[in-house]
Ligand binder design. Structure first.
Ligand SMILES: C[S@@+](CC[C@H](N)C(=O)[O-])C[C@H]1O[C@@H](n2cnc3c(N)ncnc32)[C@H](O)[C@@H]1O
Length: 193
């Protein structure tokens, strides 16, 4: 299935919410399709496992995942901002949108999803998130993932925005996309044994 690119209404809404809460949004524009394509390549691992997206915004990455072939019913998008969550629900009704906090992922996901997730993909602005909340987000993600699962994060710094060692994780750089505003680097984190 293919979904249309975001409308100018979505882009305006993103800007308005970013002006209202710049630290929470952590970006000036939705992700480009080039970043979406790189993330989708590493996120879709099979045709049946649920995928979690943290920080859906106006759905730029959500659309890239669907347009790369992911069944929207397998996608669970968590968004903290009430206006953005409402927008996502109306713009992408096939997707499971949850208005909630990524730090409480293990409590807000439907029980049937828990333990079946192989990838969590995150657009959360980790650089602006206090260490104690980062820990809750990561702990909660690895609690709901299947063994061997990976957490993917993009960041606008060439460096990892997560101190992997502090959370007993291994990190791997998957690539940098310059055709994004601003350029973004994608990292993969897995449990260190
Ligand atoms: C950089 S934007 C990413 C938007 C979108 N994924 C994209 O690629 O265009 C970050 C998003 O994370 C959301 N967010 C921030 N903290 C959050 C949290 N604790 N739980 C869920 N969403 C959060 C913000 O409201 C915002 O929509």
């Amino acid at each position: 299935m293919q979904v249309q690119a975001d409308t100018s209404l979505g882009t305006k809404l993103f800007l308005l919410r970013a002006l209202k809460n710049p630290l929470r949004l952590g970006a000036v524009a939705p992700s480009s399709r080039h970043l979406g394509a790189l993330l989708a390549r590493y996120t879709i691992v099979d045709d049946f496992s649920p995928i979690i997206e943290l920080g859906g915004g106006t759905g730029a990455l959500t659309r890239a995942l669907i347009n790369t072939g992911l069944d929207p019913k397998l996608l669970y998008v968590i968004e903290l901002d009430p206006a953005l969550a409402a927008y996502l629900k109306s713009a992408l009704p096939q997707v499971n949108v949850i208005h909630g906090n990524a730090a409480e992922l293990d409590q807000i996901l439907p029980p049937e999803v828990i333990g079946k997730v192989h990838r969590v993909v995150s657009g959360l602005p980790m650089i602006n998130i206090p260490e104690s909340i980062q820990r809750k987000v990561l702990e909660s993600c690895f609690k709901i993932m299947a063994p061997g699962g990976a957490y993917l994060q993009y960041t606008y710094s060439p460096r990892s925005s997560i101190d992997a060692k502090a959370y007993n994780l291994k990190k791997k750089r998957l690539g940098t996309i310059f055709r994004n505003l601003p350029p973004a680097t994608v990292w993969e984190y897995t449990k260190a044994v």
